[in-house]
Design a protein around this ligand. Structure first.
Ligand SMILES: Cc1ncc(COP(=O)(O)O)c(C=O)c1O
Length: 380
């Protein structure tokens, strides 16, 4: 049997990983500023994370949600404390798309409405409604198409106001990334998120903060939406939550009440996933990784701004993007093959940095030296 060929891959086989480094089967070392797409939050194979998962494996790895799993409550309490959303309720699932599906569905259960507002360049996942709310037609199959999604321009308050004025009574939810990831690191303005909050309040709609990529401390705050100083009704999370162990969740504000069987999943919230997620929160807190995201992110951004060839350096914390001019379009490829540095990209010509929140200043400096060297070579 062959693999279903849906991923364009780099011909690299990684066999070992530690902190911000990975090694291939030839023994070459790479600096990982991509984190397997923003997943590696506390660093590859962090010893505390490994130990906690191993210890849990010796006890019990899985049982379904038909029994009490105290680790789930421990996770909810810790997450509530660290995120500052202690009165929210946690629903656990397995992936970012699933978290968004459940949030959109729960919003619709809550207010009985169907319409969802989403924004240009959004990415919310590849399943059912999440993909329909994603602004990329090439991911949407005919079976996913429906009339319930309204796309508006990102950061356009006037368009949002006009939409609510016209269809406010039909809008179930507004879903937005605090910093668009796949769309190219576009930061939602504070005033825009505040406007979403006030319009949702006025019209009985639900504000869903997709924090799958920009959440879990990556921006320097637990949720990047926190910069706006308003609370969303739901926050979806995945990627950094398990540091590579598949675990995801939705936290739901107290006024949205659950009913049995509205949501559910076989694997969500299993013992092993909770142990991994707890280990991540413990390390984020213990090693003050949100503070590191602020300082190391600031260093990288300022250093990149000094490089005249790179345009529009943007982002928050360790979620950074910049535009690369057409004549340097091979920069990402050359960083990988010549300098052995993984970075991310968004089309066309945006490089994205999504490293571990524990990235060291020394590694950031190496990256800056490497990028300068590759730019000089490309211009020579
Ligand atoms: C903002 C955002 N939402 C949702 C998703 C989907 O997450 P998953 O791939 O875990 O389904 C992603 C994945 O890149 C994402 O960046």
């Amino acid at each position: 049997m062959n693999l279903f060929d849906v991923y364009p891959i780099n011909e690299i086989t990684i066999v070992k990983a530690k902190g911000s480094y990975v090694w291939d089967d030839k023994g070459d070392q790479y600096l990982d500023l991509y984190g397997g797409h923003a997943v590696i939050s506390i660093g590859h194979t962090h010893p505390h994370w490994v130990k906690r998962i191993e210890a849990q494996l010796e006890q019990i790895a899985f049982y379904s949600n038909s029994i009490r799993i105290p680790l789930q409550q421990q996770l909810a309490s810790r997450l509530g404390k660290l995120s500052g959303k202690e009165d929210y309720q946690l629903f656990l699932c397995n992936s970012g798309a699933e978290a968004n599906e459940n949030a959109l569905k729960m919003a619709s259960f809550h207010n009985g409405r169907k319409k969802v507002v989403a924004f240009s360049k959004s990415f919310h996942g590849r399943t059912s409604l999440a993909v329909t709310a994603t602004d990329n037609k090439s991911y949407t199959a005919p079976v996913n198409e429906n009339d319930n999604i309204i796309f508006l321009p990102f950061n356009d308050e006037k368009a949002l106001e006009a939409c609510f004025a016209k269809q406010g009574k039909e809008i179930s939810s507004v879903i937005i990334e605090g910093i668009q990831g796949v769309g190219g690191i576009n930061v939602a303005e504070n005033s825009f998120l505040q406007k979403i909050r006030s319009l949702c309040d006025e019209h009985g709609a639900v504000y869903i903060a997709d924090s799958v990529q920009c959440g879990y401390g990556r921006s320097g705050r637990f949720f990047s939406h926190d910069f706006a100083g308003v609370n969303a009704d739901m926050y979806t999370m995945a990627k950094g939550m398990g540091n590579g162990f598949p675990v995801a969740g939705v936290i739901i504000a107290p006024h949205i009440k659950p009913k049995h069987f509205q949501l559910g999943t076989t694997f969500g919230g299993n013992h092993l996933a909770c142990a991994a997620a707890l280990a991540v929160l413990e390390v984020i807190e213990e090693e003050k990784l949100m503070g590191n995201a602020v300082t190391t992110g600031h260093y990288i951004k300022e250093a990149l701004k000094e490089i005249p060839e790179l345009k529009n350096v943007r982002g928050r914390g360790l979620m950074i993007g910049f535009d690369v001019p057409e004549e340097l379009k091979d920069l990402k490829k050359n960083l990988l093959w010549n300098q052995k540095i993984f970075t991310g990209e968004s089309k066309p010509n945006v490089i994205r940095l999504l490293p571990s929140l524990a990235l060291k200043k020394r590694d950031a400096e190496d990256f800056i030296d490497a990028i300068k060297e590759e730019i000089a070579l490309l211009k020579a």
